[in-house]
Every structure is written in C-alpha cells, then in structure tokens.
Design a protein around this ligand. Sequence first.
Ligand SMILES: Nc1ncnc2c1ncn2[C@@H]1O[C@H](COP(=O)(O)OP(=O)(O)OP(=O)(O)O)[C@@H](O)[C@H]1O
Ligand SMILES: [Mg+2]
Length: 245
Amino acid sequence: FDISDRKQAEARLQQSLRDKEVLLKEVHHRVKNNLQVISALFSLQAESIQDLKVKSVLQDSENRVRSMALIHETLYRSTNLGQVNFSQYIYRLANSIFMASSTHYGHIQLNYDLVPVSLNLETAVPCGLLLNELITNAIKHAFPNRRVGEILISLKQLPDSLELATSELAITPAQTRPPKPRYELKIRDDGIGLPSNFAIENLQSLGLKVAYDLALQLRGTLDLKTQGGTEFRLVFSELTYSKRL
Ligand SMILES: Nc1ncnc2c1ncn2[C@@H]1O[C@H](COP(=O)(O)OP(=O)(O)OP(=O)(O)O)[C@@H](O)[C@H]1O
Ligand SMILES: [Mg+2]
C-alpha cells in the first residue's frame, strides 16, 4: 500500500468537490439570471399595456418571479450552498418589494425584528413567495391615501414544545432525535385592516389564496389577527429535502 497514492486520491476528491461547488454556484447564478429575464419580460409587457387591471396583474407576476430570483441570488452568495440565509433574504425581499411599489412616498415605515435562521431551498421558496404576497398586500392595501403607518416583519424561533416531543416519542420510542425547530414569521401592519366582510373562502383574488396554499405546502399554520391593523402569523418548520430524480 502506497501512501502517496492515497494522498493523490484525496487531492483529486478535494478538487472534484471544489469543482462541484463552483458548478452549483454557477447553476444558481443562471437560474437567477433566467428568472430575472422572465421578470423583466413581465415588466416590459406591463409597461406596454394601458388597461390598469391587466397592468397590475403583470406587475404582480413580475414581483413573484423576482422573489424567486432573489432566493437563488442569496444562495449563490452564501457559503453553505444548500442553505438560504433567511433573515437576510427577508430583509432584501421586503426592501425590493418596497422600492418597486409606486406608493412608497415615506408614509410607510418598514421595520424588522429578525433572528438569524438558515433554511433549505425546499422551505425558503414557499416561505419567500408567501412573504411576497403578504408584504405586497400590506403596501398595496393597508395605507390608502397616504395614511401613515408601519409594517413590521418578525422572525423568531419558538421554544421546543414539550408536548410535541413526548407525542413524537410515543409514536416512535426508538427515535431520540430532538424535535425540529419551529419558527414564527409575522407580517404586521397598523393600517386600515381587512374589509369587515372578509372571509378567506369567498375571496375572488389570488394573493391570499396563494398564501394559504403555500402555508399548507409548508405544513405550517397561517393565522390572522385583525386588531389595530392586520397581522399574519406563520408557524412552520424546515421541510426535509426530498430527491426529485
Ligand atoms: N394588509 C392588508 N390591509 C388591508 N387590506 C388588506 C390587506 N391584505 C389584504 N387586504 C384586502 O384583502 C383583499 C384580498 O387580498 P389578496 O391578496 O387576495 O388580493 P389582491 O391583493 O387584491 O390581489 P392579488 O391577487 O394581486 O394579490 C385585498 O383586495 C384587500 O382588500
Ligand atoms: Mg395581494
């Protein structure tokens, strides 16, 4: 057995790992670029259209695609390629929606209260799209006629629930894995609040329906509070990665 063979094999492995990391970054970069192109196409279409309703639908699509592009950008900038720095993503996403909206004349304050959390792509994408809907809504609907107010986005890790731990233990006694951390994401505004006849079942619009579907996809819960404005609270855990091929 020759020790230098082993050294060489190890070096080759290291190199191959580095190559793959570069490749993965490149892939995220390209996905981001492609999504940006799609988003720009929506934007161009929106500009060329007179009908205000159609225009705003195209602008919404532009924003949705941009939110996904931003995830891939956050990924290729991160040192751990599988994990999105989610707090940083929230910050950048909210700012980008805010800047893109035509109503930010200084009457709305955007505030954050975020703990550092990193999430896999599986979880970050639906969370990001959900955030996109709720932030867009707050900016679009909560502060009409330049009403002054604040949007607060907060992300917390919830303390481990003892109940959950014991019930999990009861089902699979052999399992000693601790329960997965649960997170609480809140989007709160102190605006005019939802219409008094608001009922999620009767919605004709797409945005909030999408938000509830995304919460379901995350196997999370999305509740609504309507005192002194509107507050959506999503509780979720990281989804486990499932192979697609
Ligand atoms: N933060 C909010 N403050 C006040 N009203 C809100 C808020 N969020 C939603 N609404 C109301 O709830 C309605 C439904 O929201 P939803 O996102 O489903 O539709 P939309 O924003 O009108 O259209 P889109 O499908 O483009 O999202 C809105 O039209 C608005 O009247
Ligand atoms: Mg909406």
